[in-house]
Write a protein that binds this ligand. Structure first.
Ligand SMILES: [Zn+2]
Ligand SMILES: [Zn+2]
Length: 157
């Protein structure tokens, strides 16, 4: 959401306008309303609109709490996995012949490269902190060198 700005007719200076801008909204004294969970962008509202949205405010950000909780949980889980010395999926490169080239990175930033069948790759949801070991549980994973990740894949896994 981009902020709406307007010119304060009294001072001639650019100010934040009420984001609920309707006829009669004040364009001065707009205060920033911050997401109670620090998740979404702050927005500006005039004193009247602030009063109106007050009750709705927490409700409007209920999904922010869900999102931030899920994000924090995932980040904590990620740290835990990295601390164990494992690497986590960071990228998947274009696939051919049903093979996906998947890159994993460990806590020091060292990358590991693999090839796997698309079915194996699809077995773990994209949002998950997936390790090579996780993929090895659901299918065959072939570790390849950095040079080989870009080479055309000739053989089947
Ligand atoms: Zn307003
Ligand atoms: Zn929010």
């Amino acid at each position: 959401m981009g902020f709406i700005t307007t010119i304060n007719p009294r001072t001639g200076r650019e100010v934040y306008a009420c984001e609920f801008s309707k006829e009669g909204c004040q364009t001065v004294n707009c205060k920033a309303l911050k997401c109670p969970y620090g998740y979404c962008q702050r927005y500006y509202a005039c004193p009247n609109c602030q009063k109106k949205v007050k009750g709705e405010f927490k409700k409007a950000h209920a999904t922010c709490k869900v999102s931030i909780d899920a994000y924090n949980k995932k980040e904590a889980e990620k740290l835990e996995i990295l601390e164990k010395g494992l690497s986590i999926r960071t990228a998947a490169l274009s696939h051919e012949n049903g093979v996906v080239r998947v890159v994993f990175r460990d806590k020091d930033g060292k990358e590991n490269y693999t090839h796997m069948m698309k079915e194996t790759y699809d077995a773990i949801p994209l949002g998950a902190n997936a390790t090579i070991e996780d993929y090895e549980k659901v299918g065959h994973v072939k570790w390849v060198s950095c040079e080989d990740i870009y080479k055309p894949i000739a053989l089947h896994l």
